[in-house]
Design a protein around this ligand. Structure first.
Ligand SMILES: Nc1ncnc2c1ncn2[C@@H]1O[C@H](COP(=O)(O)OP(=O)(O)O)[C@@H](O)[C@H]1O
Ligand SMILES: [Mg+2]
Length: 356
């Protein structure tokens, strides 16, 4: 993802470590990762969609098996809920090796990373989620580990300090990020393979909904699977969450089967429209229209008005609105489009200004 200079300049890197995202997750949508594991594909063959990525990974795996050497380091990037953690957990299963899991924000100093490195067995995987939030000191510490499978540890202090070199087993780092643009070039360059995950098509989401309703032992009509898919914003995690909601609704208000009538009533109650726009998307657009006269507005300013961290807006709200063609990113900030105004049946307060 290429980030515009104007946005980068607005970002306060310190903000990234405040943990404000967590507040948003627990306080807002029920989109937490807590249910992910139950419905997560276990093998590469169960992964729906992302055909090109999966095919390339199959080649990568096959070559690794034939040469009997560890897989090269792999970077996965893309918006939340598209399958980064899924792919990272499937690959070690395909090769029958171990997986250790950590994340950028939880590695505050090299000493936090050290146990993972020394525990890594030959050919095993180390998954670092949100790798763009790894502090610079940890990043520098991981370079020799990724490149030469060694770490340099400083013992003692001041005049007595000496550096000890420690050899590691050959292992594989899988990094995941929603912000590949925030990775430093040296870190990015240490990944042999980089894969970008894109939003899913409706028919792929329908397939995911069908498979998962089987896993959840719930009957679902074809139309309902489509209704869920098209409200899922191209995102499997959303599809799973909406499926769970429809299932709860069907159990509580009907006979447990997910029918078209059930999904329509269920989504009305959730305030999700047919395009998948949720309350926070509408709030975003309404703020952009009413408070900022349709824009241009900086993402920080929008974030302050909405009381939502700017990076959450950039990761979770804007990609979908951009994809719908409801906002545009200009060098001076976000601008609402005509199609958004039409969809919301709204007009700009300053009617002289129109954007297409
Ligand atoms: N390609 C896929 N096929 C089937 N299910 C998927 C796929 N990608 C994601 N999912 C579902 O969506 C959930 C969230 O995916 P996850 O890998 O955790 O996303 P990310 O790590 O990119 O945020 C998973 O638990 C899984 O059930
Ligand atoms: Mg994940």
């Amino acid at each position: 993802m290429v980030r515009e200079p104007v946005i980068k300049g607005e970002d306060d890197p310190e903000d990234d470590f405040s943990g404000s995202e967590d507040t948003w997750h627990t306080g807002y949508m029920a989109d937490d990762a807590e249910y992910d594991d139950a419905l997560r594909p276990q093998r590469l063959s169960e992964v729906v969609g992302q055909r090109q990525v999966v095919e390339r990974l199959e080649v990568f795996l096959d070559a690794t098996r034939k040469r009997n050497e560890p897989l090269g380091h792999l970077l996965l990037d893309g918006p939340p809920g598209l399958g980064k953690t899924t792919l990272a957990s499937v690959l070690p299963k395909e090769l029958g090796t171990e997986l250790q899991i950590t994340s950028g924000p939880s590695l505050s100093a090299p000493k936090d990373l050290l146990p993972f490195l020394t525990n890594a067995s030959h050919g095993s995987f180390l998954f670092i989620d949100e790798i763009h939030r790894m502090p610079a000191t940890v990043e520098e510490f991981i370079y020799p580990a990724m490149e030469d499978f060694r770490v340099d540890i400083t013992l003692g202090e001041g005049l007595n300090a000496r550096t000890v070199n420690m050899k590691l087993q050959k292992f594989t780092v899988i990094g995941a990020t929603t912000r590949s643009g925030m990775l430093t070039a040296p870190l990015r360059d240490r990944f042999v393979r980089r894969e970008h995950l894109d939003f899913y098509e409706d028919d792929e989401l329908i397939e995911i909904v069908r498979r998962n309703s089987k896993k959840l032992r719930t009957e679902i009509s074809d139309d309902s699977a489509f209704e869920i898919a098209r409200r899922s914003r191209g995102t499997p995690r959303k599809a799973n969450n909406l499926l769970r909601w429809a299932r709860d609704f069907a159990t509580s208000k009907a006979d447990g089967r997910i029918t078209t009538e059930v999904v329509n009533r269920a989504f009305e109650m959730l305030e999700i429209d047919q395009l998948g726009l949720e309350r926070q998307d509408r709030r975003y657009l309404e703020t952009l229209i009413k408070t900022f006269s349709g824009g241009p507005a900086g993402v920080q300013a929008l974030g302050h008005s909405l009381n939502i961290p700017a990076d959450t807006l950039e990761d979770e709200v804007e990609p979908f609105l951009l994809r719908c063609g409801f906002i545009q990113r200009s060098p001076r900030g976000r601008v609402v489009t005509m199609s958004a105004l039409e969809h919301l049946k709204m007009s700009l307060p300053d009617s002289g200004k129109l954007f297409s």
